[in-house]
Design a protein around this ligand. Structure first.
Ligand SMILES: Nc1ncnc2c1ncn2[C@@H]1O[C@H](COP(=O)(O)OP(=O)(O)OP(=O)(O)O)[C@@H](O)[C@H]1O
Ligand SMILES: [Mg+2]
Length: 605
């Protein structure tokens, strides 16, 4: 076998295999080039998911005919002026995107620099380069890529349907746009405009929030906490969604390092860690976080698509992210996401309350016939008498009200107000200065127990209480041994367990905080939790999760009747407790409806 140098066209195709995975990667490279060229607007057009056409136009610096000839050469870049790979301030730096794209598609570039007599164009077809020729084009650059991967049919086969590829392209453009609110973006897919983002005005932070709202939705902008923290010269800014605004996957987590969108495991892990306390394991927060760090402290040349980075001091970065997010979430106190109230109002609007009263069976809104019984139930709400037909007994004021009705309405000092009633043995209704609050007593209590448990652990350790009769819990062999392997660690948390024959454990003591507890349920849930964690961790690390599970078992279950004092005590404790706006699973613990909203509901405003 003889060793020989590969021809340039082949080398470029090999490089394209790494850099250009799919149409979205091509869009990413082109838009990054436009950003680097100082564009103030970038217009993107695609056809068939980018497979038949990708066109990116900008109003940036442009290129001369000679520039064009070089730009499509491999390893030709204007961006590494002093050749320092560790001081990178541009999106690009390798000088391989254009030649790679030209090697696997039919590419035409037209460009003009400010003040030039003429624009220039150059074409690269499957790696074959034309001579630059004069052309007509305004200042800036347009790169058109047709028939991506026509020269590498194998890659073509791996592409997904047009819809999926378009979604990927949208995602790429959105990510890039989030970091640069000063640049206007449009994206047209041939049939319709998919994205239009005007250049946002104002200082960076205002502009950024406007842009984030435009990309991630108003809901995010309304329910996000501003993040602004610095540690050892590294700055973290951006916005973190309240835990109650959560999603089933991490797609809505946008992370940037020096303005570059990244999908970095370290950063995702830090976000997960910061929210672990507030969200069930299968729920994910929405965040947009921007890390600004000395270019020398981070290596961006570790991933073919530059989607990952490596930090010199990963520990500091992680600490900064976790610390800043936790701090912001603690500051947010018991504020629950406004989406909850909005959703509640929406539900009420479309529910039975809006039906015409009296005329059972009459046409409802929009001609919709009311569900049987709804009108009657709505009518019953009008009657002042408890126990009127149609009212379940628990909807009447809680029997022993303990003077709840007469309590002064607390002012500003008590944002959760005075308890007025308990409904369905589950919900506490309280009156505030300017609205009403509905508390889910189970969720709220669970949160309080959890926070108390954490506080107790931090101070002295958890007080334990011996069960009168130790309880035997039957499990399977594996679950039992997993639990027993951790017996010492559980003991520190106030839970004492022992082996009890094959596949069973004996519970002797439980954390006193939990009060009356279903030991079997608790043990089974902990066993599930251990199984999910995997082996390599210490319970200390997972402490919060374990505490959360325990708290859930020790909480006032829905269905317990509370008297007025108990209800008010719960409200006061919620006010005094950090993070009390959501339970450990990210569900809200209360909803607040402002009088103004309620008035609107009844058409009074
Ligand atoms: N839209 C544009 N406007 C002005 N100049 C451009 C544009 N696109 C590319 N160029 C010029 O062409 C050069 C080559 O672009 P290319 O994308 O291949 O490499 P790069 O951006 O330098 O590095 P990388 O491969 O990391 O993206 C750039 O360095 C830049 O000088
Ligand atoms: Mg580039």
């Amino acid at each position: 076998m003889t060793i020989r140098l590969l021809p340039a066209s082949l080398v470029n195709r090999i490089a394209a295999g790494e850099v250009v995975e799919r149409p979205a990667s091509a869009v990413k490279e082109l838009v990054e080039n436009s950003i680097d060229a100082g564009a103030s607007r970038i217009d993107i057009a695609i056809r068939d998911g980018g497979k038949s056409l990708i066109s990116v136009s900008d109003d940036g610096s442009g290129m001369t005919g000679d520039d064009l000839r070089l730009a499509i050469e491999r390893h030709a870049t204007s961006k590494l002026s002093d050749g320092d790979l560790f001081d990178i301030h541009t999106m690009g730096f390798r000088g391989e995107a254009l030649p790679s794209l030209g090697a696997v598609s039919r590419m035409v570039i037209a460009s003009r620099v400010a003040g030039a007599d003429s624009a220039w164009t150059i074409a690269v077809t499957g790696g074959a380069v034309s001579e630059p020729a004069p052309a007509a084009h305004p200042r800036g650059t347009r790169v058109e890529i047709r028939d991506l991967f026509y020269a590498t049919p194998a890659r073509l086969k791996f592409l997904k349907g047009d819809r999926t590829e378009t979604t990927q392209i949208l995602d790429v453009v959105k990510r890039l746009a989030m970091a640069r609110p000063d640049i206007a973006f449009t994206l047209h897919d041939g049939a319709r405009e998919r994205l239009r983002l005007d250049a946002a005005q104002g200082d960076l932070l205002d502009a950024r929030l406007t842009r984030l709202g435009a990309v991630m939705g108003r809901e995010f902008a309304d329910n996000a906490l501003a993040i602004d923290a610095v540690r050892e010269g590294i700055a973290l800014t951006g916005y973190a969604g309240l835990p109650t605004l959560n999603r089933a996957n991490a797609m809505q987590q946008y992370l940037f390092v020096n303005g570059r969108p990244v999908r970095d495991k370290l950063l995702y892990g830090a976000v997960r860690g910061a929210y672990m306390d507030f969200l069930a394991r299968n729920r994910h927060p929405m965040v947009a976080l921007f890390l600004d760090i000395d270019a020398r402290e981070v290596d961006v040349n570790v991933h073919p698509a530059k989607a990952e980075v490596r930090f010199r001091d990963a520990g500091v970065v992680r600490g900064l992210v976790v610390g800043a997010l936790k701090h912001a979430l603690a500051e947010a106190g018991h504020r629950a996401s406004t989406t909850v109230a909005t959703a509640a109002l929406g539900a009420i609007r479309s529910g039975g309350f809006a039906l015409p009263l009296g005329g059972a069976g009459g046409g409802g809104h929009g001609g919709r016939a009311p569900a049987p019984g709804l009108a009657a139930r709505a009518a019953a709400f009008q009657t002042p008498f408890a126990g009127a037909p149609g009212i379940p007994p628990s909807a009447a004021p809680a029997a022993p009200m303990g003077g709840v009705g007469d309590q002064e309405i607390p002012g500003d000092g008590y944002p959760l107000g005075a308890a007025r009633a308990q409904l369905h043995e589950t919900y506490i209704v309280a009156q505030t200065a300017d609205g009403i609050v509905i508390v889910d007593q189970h969720a709220a209590h669970e949160r309080l127990v959890y926070e108390r448990m954490k506080a107790a652990l931090a101070q002295s350790g958890v007080a334990r209480q011996a069960l009168l009769i130790p309880e035997v819990v039957e499990l399977d062999e594996a679950a039992a041994s997993r639990l027993l392997a951790r017996a010492d660690e559980f003991a520190e948390l106030g839970l004492t367990i022992e082996a009890f024959g094959e596949g069973a454990v004996l519970v002797r003591e439980v954390p006193a905080l939990l009060g009356q507890v279903d030991a079997a349920g608790l043990i089974r849930d902990l066993a599930d939790e251990l199984a999910a964690f995997g082996a390599a961790f210490s319970l200390k690390e997972k402490l919060e999760s374990v505490c959360g599970t325990m708290a859930c078992h020790g909480s006032v279950r829905a269905g317990r009747r509370l008297n007025g004092d108990e209800m008010n005590a719960l409200l006061r404790e919620m006010e005094a407790t950090p993070h009390s706006g959501q339970c450990n699973h990210g569900r809200p613990t209360f909803v607040e409806l402002k009088l103004a909203d309620i008035e609107r509901l009844f058409g009074r405003r």
